[in-house]
Every structure is written in structure tokens, then in C-alpha cells.
Write a protein that binds this ligand. Structure first.
Ligand code: SF4
Length: 689
């Protein structure tokens, strides 16, 4: 801290980026943030990663949206392509912009019905705003077409964990990693995506915990690992089923736990028959000896913790991948104790909260089903409205339905869909076909360039009051650190105002009143209002370890049979490389914030595609050469970079850079249950430019 510019005030809030939910103290001078340092009272214990420490300058960016914008008549939708913002949009008052949006909602509803309207909510917004959004859409608009970004990332985790354990969330606090004797990190580059959690894993490994990595790529954690299983992409189910089969064969499973707390064991055990070690070695590329050792450590060197990120979920079979992990935990009794559990590491600071608040089709706040007559009755009475009679689309389906002309209007809050969804050119086409598009954001994103109305929002972490729920289910208070620019408004206020113009009074006027209503209607959040405090250290939704007394209720501890993935041989021949898209340490998602902060921008690695040097030799490519990546979805130009961490047959890149529109070649292959795209398993070939 020596030499830091003296601040006029120091204010604490929660980091605007990943789901770790680090507490940050910001130094403020002249109304601007001048530095950041790690706060205490949450899992970060004073630490921050590059993004948390240096990625705050976006708040001061001159490019922030300050006033509502309305598209000028006759100006075509799409990229500005050199046109000035003023040529495409004109500034408007809130009164004018919200009245126009309300008028269009009424018009489209009258013409096509409420199912023609859909909304996507930001998981970077507060719990309070997300709750207000789903209430606006369900009660004032009358549609259940609502979703948030979990569909693009961890919904398979939430889906499988809810099915098998009862609650779609992590089973332990992050610090529990220090209690584990074996840690299995699967499909995660957490040293870059969740550096503060990675610090716990490194600490545990240095203190003697067995660290097993499962990933096609070598990552920063590799040098701490005792065992590294570099599997072929998309073969996770085979690996974990073979481990389970071997554990059973050796009698290493926890018989008492299985008998007392699980259902479906016999059927599942029978389904493991094909997953022999020899078969698994052939399919996954991992030597049988390594599979045996991983199984031994996980089953015998307990307590054991499994942690994963999107390398598991972003597959067509992502739900089965997560089920395979949950099955291993249930088989060995590695649930519900300190150091034993299942930890999906969430990507956005409030993606857990987004699901908790009911911003998902068919799911009311607190995971209460819209289709349950008793639940509907309760909410209809409390909200004084008729709830939609249909279960809506997920976000990936919404854009497809917009492309087909079924959905006519969308309201997109804080999501840059044109860059983040698969088959991105089809997304752009879908957005241009809409009769009306509203985008609410802090910058004029590529998605906002297709909007009819753009509404300027505040940065929820820095300019609003409310709560975020982090990856370990800790509900933490956010605080206003600086004033928002111009006329920008908090999301929840915009939703309340819009609902009024649609003739519906939401019944609350502050974040505290929203949380109070939530806790009345969703029992799992009942303790929140009394326990919610100004401290960021937070409270748990449910208990700290929800399965510490394993519940015997139906639906808890279910073991699921696994699908055997069938490779598509024709596709493999035509498109021989597996393209994996991920993230790098200094950037965040479509980089709208990190590329507007000086130090994170300087640390950007740039839009390159990493390729194994042997593959480059076989293709006759030089380092830095520009090629076309071609897939069934499309074609993009990309610069190749030699990389030893990528195995043969695999290409790795990020979706951070607008210069490389990588999701234009990622086909919209979706998980059948959660509609999550297979970003980690796209097939491409290389063509010369
Ligand atoms: Fe922010 Fe995540 Fe980094 Fe913590 S680890 S500082 S929450 S980006």
C-alpha cells in the first residue's frame, strides 16, 4: 500500500467479476475509483486477482451509457461500421424511452400474445434486480420466456445437482478445500478463471493434499498436481464411470452411505458394466494405471472434494458429466462433511443468485415450479396477477425462436448475446428480425447495436445497493462506491418504472423491500432479512454444508445412470480438430469491462488460436500464420499460435476479443435438458487464407 495515492474515502463492495465473490475495498477520490485492494470477511481473505485489483477503470470510462437512446427511423440494425452513435440513435428522456418500450410491449402482446416476448437477465446484477425482472416479465408482461446466463455455462451443474442432491449449488464453502485430503479439479483452468480459489487449492496441495487434474489442456495448476489425466475432449463420462466401476470392484465404496442415503444404486452399478479400464483407456486416452490411481486416491484418501468449471458442463452431455461426478461422490460418501463435496465454480458474480431468484423458465423464486398449482396460487395471490400458462424458452432457444419469427420482441439486460451465444451469425440475424429489441447495459455492446431502445444501467457492484450470491451460496451485500454517470439507473428501478407504465405496481420501492418479499415467498431464503447486514461477509442460503446431515427425502442422493457418448465419426473426419473456447486471466467474457481498464487491457493476450506444434508441422503452418477456421456453423479468420499446453487434435482460444468472432464457428449443439451449448466440443477444420 506504500506509495498509493491517498483516497478521500474507502468503500467496500463485492467484485464485479467472477463467482468467487471477493470483497474489494476501493479508494475513491474526486468521485472516481483510484485503487482497489482485497477486503476481508469473505473467502478471498484480503486477496484479489488481476481483474479485481485492476479491472475497475471501466466505471470511469467516457464510453459509459449516460442517457436512454432511441434508434433513428430507417437506420438499419447491426454493427455501427464506422457510423457515429449519434447517427444511429438519438438521446431520449427516461419518460420517452420507457413509454415507448411499454407501448411496444402492449402492441406486440395484443398482436401475437405474451409468448411472443422474451427477456434475458444479467447475472452481474443484484439479487434484488433479478427478482424484480422476473416479476416484471411474469406479471406485467405475462411471459415465462425469461432466462439468465447460467444456460450458457453452469446450468448442467445446477440441473444434475438439483436432481441428485436436491439443491443445484455447491455443497461446501470454498475454504473447505483446506480440509480435503484429495482434490480433483475437472475441466477447469481455475488458475486463470478463479485465481483466488486456485490459491486455496495450491495451499492445500503444498500442505500435502493429493491434487488430481482432469483436463485435455495443461493448466497453471499442473505444477502442483500429483496426477494429471489429460483426457480426450468429451470423454469425461467414460473416465468417471470407469473410476466408479473400479472402486466398486475393489470394494472401496462407502457401503453404509450408499445404503442409507442413496437411491438407484443397483441399476447404476449394472450400467457401469461396459466401462472397463481397457475400454476407458482406449476412449479417453488416459492410461489405465492413472485411472486406477485416481480412483484409489479419491475413494480411500478421504475426505475428497471435486471442483469443476465449464470444461464439464459445456458439452452436449454436460448434465451426464456432472451426474458422473455426483455419482462418484455418493458412491464414496464424499458429501456433507468438511473437505468432502462437490463444487461447481460459478463464472459470474451472481449467477447462483440468478437461478435462486427464479430468472429461468418454469422456475419461480426459490426453485418453486410454475407448473405446481399450489405454488402458482401462492404467487398469484401475493403478486396480484395471473401467471403465464406456459413454460418458456431458455435463452439459446429464444434466439432460435426469434430467427424463426415466433418471438417478436426481446428485452436483453447486460448480456452481449451476439458475442456470447453459439452460432453467432444466426444470433445477429435473429436480433435483426425482431420487431422490437430493448437492450439495457452499461456500454453500447455489439448486441446493443441491434436495439431499438438502449437503456443506460449502473454497474451493480459499484453503483448500486443490494446483494450477490457467490459460488459457495454466500449472500453478500454490495454498496454504492461511486455515483453512476449521467442518467444511468439501477436495473430494479427501471423494472419498477416500466411495470408501472404497463399498469402493474410491483409493490416495492427499495432493494430491502424486494428481499423482504422474496423471503416471504421462498422458504429457503426466509432467514435473509433478519440476517442481512451491511457486512459483505454474507450469509448462507441454506446451511454452510447443506448435506451435513444427509437428507433421506425423495430426490436426495439419487444415483443416475450414465449415457455412453457416441462419437460422430463423419463429423470427426470432416472437421478433425476439437475447438475449445475458454478464458484468460486478465479478461472477462466479451471483455466489455476489462478492455476498458488500462492494466487488464495491457495484459490481454490477444485474439489467437493456440495449436500444438506437431499439428502445426503436419498442417505446414507457421507461428502467427492467419488461417480460416471452418465448421458447420461458419468460417472465421484466426491467427495461429504455437502452444505446448494444447494436445494434438485440439485448438484453444477465448471469446474475449471482438477481432475474433469465434462463436460464429461454434455450432448451436445444445444439451437436451438445459439447452447449454457445447462450447468445449466444437468441431472445426483449418483452411488456408
Ligand atoms: Fe474478482 Fe473473481 Fe478475481 Fe476475486 S477471483 S478478484 S471475484 S475476478
Amino acid at each position: 500500500e506504500k506509495g498509493w495515492e491517498p483516497a478521500e474515502k474507502v468503500a467496500e463492495t463485492v467484485c464485479p467479476y467472477c463467482g468467487t465473490g471477493c470483497v474489494v475495498e476501493y479508494g475513491v477520490k474526486g468521485g472516481r475509483i483510484i485503487w482497489a485492494r482485497g477486503g476481508r470477511g469473505s473467502s478471498n481473505e484480503g486477496k484479489l486477482c488481476i481483474k479485481g485489483k485492476f479491472g475497475f477503470e471501466y466505471a470511469n470510462s467516457p464510453e459509459r451509457l449516460r442517457r436512454p437512446l432511441i434508434r433513428r427511423p430507417g437506420v438499419p440494425k447491426g454493427p455501427l461500421n464506422g457510423r457515429r452513435v449519434e447517427e444511429v440513435f438519438r438521446e431520449a428522456t427516461w419518460e420517452e424511452a420507457l413509454s415507448l418500450v411499454a407501448e411496444k410491449i402492449k402492441e406486440i402482446k395484443a398482436k401475437y400474445g405474451p409468448a411472443a416476448i422474451a427477456g434475458i437477465m444479467s447475472d452481474r446484477s443484484t439479487n434484488e434486480s433479478i427478482y424484480a425482472f422476473q416479476k416484471l416479465m411474469r406479471c406485467a408482461v405475462g411471459t415465462d420466456n425469461i432466462d439468465q446466463s447460467a444456460t450458457l455455462c453452469h446450468e448442467p451443474s445446477a440441473w444434475a445437482l438439483a436432481l441428485q442432491l436436491g439443491y443445484g449449488a455447491a455443497t461446501n464453502p470454498v475454504a473447505d478445500v483446506l480440509n480435503a485430503r484429495t482434490i480433483v479439479v475437472v475441466g477447469s483452468n481455475m488458475g486463470e478463471t478463479h485465481p483466488v480459489i486456485a490459491a486455496y487449492v495450491k495451499r492445500a496441495a503444498k500442505a500435502g493434499a493429493h491434487l488430481i487434474l482432469v483436463n485435455p489442456l495443461r493448466t497453471e495448476l499442473s505444477r502442483y498436481a500429483e496426477l494429471e489425466l489429460n483426457i480426450r475432449p468429451g470423454t469425461d463420462v467414460v473416465l468417471f464411470s470407469a473410476m466408479a466401476r473400479y472402486i466398486l470392484e475393489m470394494g472401496w465404496h462407502d457401503r453404509e452411505f450408499v445404503e442409507k442415503y442413496t437411491e438407484g444404486f443397483q441399476e447404476w452399478a449394472k450400467s457401469l458394466e461396459p466401462f472397463t479400464l481397457e475400454f476407458a483407456e482406449r476412449v479417453t486416452g488416459v492410461p489405465a494405471s492413472a485411472i486406477k490411481e485416481a480412483a484409489r486416491l479419491y475413494a480411500l484418501e478421504k475426505p475428497s472434494m471435486i471442483m469443476w468449471t465449464l470444461g464439464i458442463t459445456e458439452h452436449e452431455y454436460g448434465t451426464e458429466n456432472v451426474s458422473a461426478l455426483a455419482n462418484l461422490a455418493l458412491l464414496t460418501g464424499n458429501v456433507g462433511r468438511p473437505g468432502a463435496g462437490l463444487m461447481p465454480l460459478r463464472g459470474q458474480n451472481n449467477v447462483q443468485g440468478g437461478a435462486d431468484m427464479g430468472a429461468a423458465p418454469g422456475r419461480l423464486p426459490g426453485y418453486q415450479p410454475l407448473t405446481d398449482p399450489a405454488v402458482r396460487g401462492k404467487f398469484e395471490e401475493a403478486w396480484r396477477c395471473r401467471l403465464p400458462e406456459f413454460v418458456g424458452f431458455r435463452s439459446t432457444e429464444m434466439v432460435e425462436m426469434a430467427r424463426r419469427g415466433v418471438i417478436k420482441m426481446m428485452y436483453i439486460v447486460g448480456e452481449n448475446s451476439v458475442r456470447s451465444h453459439p452460432d453467432a451469425r444466426a444470433v445477429a440475424e435473429a436480433l435483426s428480425r425482431l420487431e422490437f429489441l430493448v437492450v439495457q447495459d452499461i456500454f453500447l455492446t455489439e448486441t446493443a447495436e441491434y436495439a431499438d431502445v438502449v437503456l443506460p444501467a449502473v454497474s451493480s457492484a459499484l453503483e448500486d445497493e443490494g446483494t450477490f450470491t457467490n459460488t459457495e451460496r454466500r449472500v453478500q451485500a454490495t454498496h454504492k462506491v461511486v455515483e453512476p454517470p449521467g442518467d444511468a439507473r439501477p436495473d430494479w428501478q427501471i423494472f419498477i418504472e416500466l411495470a408501472k407504465r404497463l399498469g402493474y405496481d410491483m409493490g416495492f420501492s427499495s432493494p430491502a423491500e424486494i428481499i423482504a418479499e422474496l423471503s416471504r415467498l421462498a422458504p429457503i431464503f426466509a432467514p435473509l432479512p433478519e440476517r442481512r447486514s451491511a457486512e459483505s461477509s454474507g450469509l448462507w442460503t441454506g446451511r454452510e454444508r447443506p448435506y451435513s446431515t444427509p437428507p433421506a427425502s425423495p430426490g436426495a442422493g439419487q444415483i443416475q445412470t450414465n449415457l455412453l457418448e457416441q462419437p460422430d465419426v463423419v463429423l470427426e473426419r470432416l472437421y478433425p480438430y476439437v475447438l475449445i473456447t475458454g478464458r484468460e486471466r486478465a479478461q472477462y467474457h466479451t471483455a466489455t469491462m476489462t478492455m476498458r481498464s488500462t492494466l487488464t487491457r495491457i495484459m490481454a493476450r490477444g485474439p489467437v488460436v493456440e495449436m500444438n506444434p506437431e499439428d502445426m508441422k503436419a498442417e505446414g503452418l507457421a507461428d502467427g500464420q492467419v488461417v480460416y477456421l471452418v465448421s458447420p456453423a461458419g468460417k472465421v479468420r484466426a491467427k495461429i499460435k504455437a502452444s505446448d499446453r494444447v494436445p494434438r487434435g485440439v485448438l484453444f482460444t477465448t471469446f474475449h476479443y471482438s477481432d475474433l468472432w469465434i462463436n460464429a464457428v461454434v455450432p448451436a449443439v445444445l444439451n437436451p435438458f438445459t439447452k447449454t451449448p457445447a462450447y468445449k466440443d466444437a468441431r472445426v477444420r483449418i483452411e488456408r487464407v
